[in-house]
Design a protein around this ligand. Sequence first.
Ligand code: NAD
Length: 300
Amino acid sequence: MKIAFIGLGNMGAPMAVNLVKAGHEVSVFDLVDSAMKRLEETGALACASAQSAASGAEIVISMLPAGQHVRRLYLGREDSPGLFEALEGNPLIVDASTISPEDARAVGTAAEARGLTYLDAPVSGGVGGAQAGTLTFIVGGSEAGYEQARPVLEAMGKNIFHAGGIGAGQVAKICNNMLLGILMSGTAEALALGVKNGLDPAVLSEIMKQSSGGNWALNVYNPWPGVMEGSAASRDYQGGFLTDLMAKDLGLAWELALGCKATVPMGSQARNLFALHSAQGSGGLDFSSIQQLYRAGEES
Ligand code: NAD
């Protein structure tokens, strides 16, 4: 298939590479030139704009940081038209970014008004899952759109869920990431407590993994440097899922809770922790660097 892929960051780049590997004709665009150069080397066609990448595409996939970027791409601004206005043909639109359900519905409604099918399809599984092609896609939108997108999503993911109508994918993803933020900060808290009491972090991790505290962070994303080979913690928290993006997702959970009068005390606590960590200069580090917040003053 002819696919346009917009947004080649930590997640988008390996996802687009997997589409090339699966034999699709992939046109790519990112605001950062070096990101496009890397993709070009794998066989993708680098384009000068989102509009030219989308020209003649059967599917447009976007993987952008936040709602404002997705709105700007598709809906444009006063001074510049968005992709919906500039598009030729009627490609299927799949936004894999994590954004608010409200933003997803606004973009989805504009897509429908233009005669396009829109899916929100946020992912879970991290950079490792994006590279391995084992992501979980959580799709919101029509059944027909979901069935049309499925074969393409299968080139990038292992588990493809249909959560409901437009925005439902984002609701499920936000619930998941609120739980992840709570689990990662709780794991970091427990590890710091054990180490301050003389335990080896690797030994403590193994014990908790096999005990009732076992969770995804301990199994595949240990936040303590050196405990797990290949983890973000073991490469100075470079790359991966940025603290700023986790803070954004916990903010989305908070907004979602406000809108339906839900009580989210643990999610709020996690949001404050990640926001503080970001404010202290760690927004560009992987989110497992929340471990550092618990290690402050360790040497004294
Ligand atoms: P990133 O910041 O690494 O990449 C975003 C890319 O989008 C950048 O290369 C940026 O230059 C590009 N971009 C921004 N605006 C653009 C525009 N108008 N046109 C073209 N390119 C544009 O972010 P990421 O880690 O790849 O995450 C992307 C999305 O996926 C986010 O919503 C994030 O919350 C979500 N997510 C990330 C992870 C992860 O582990 N990193 C996991 C699951 C979901």
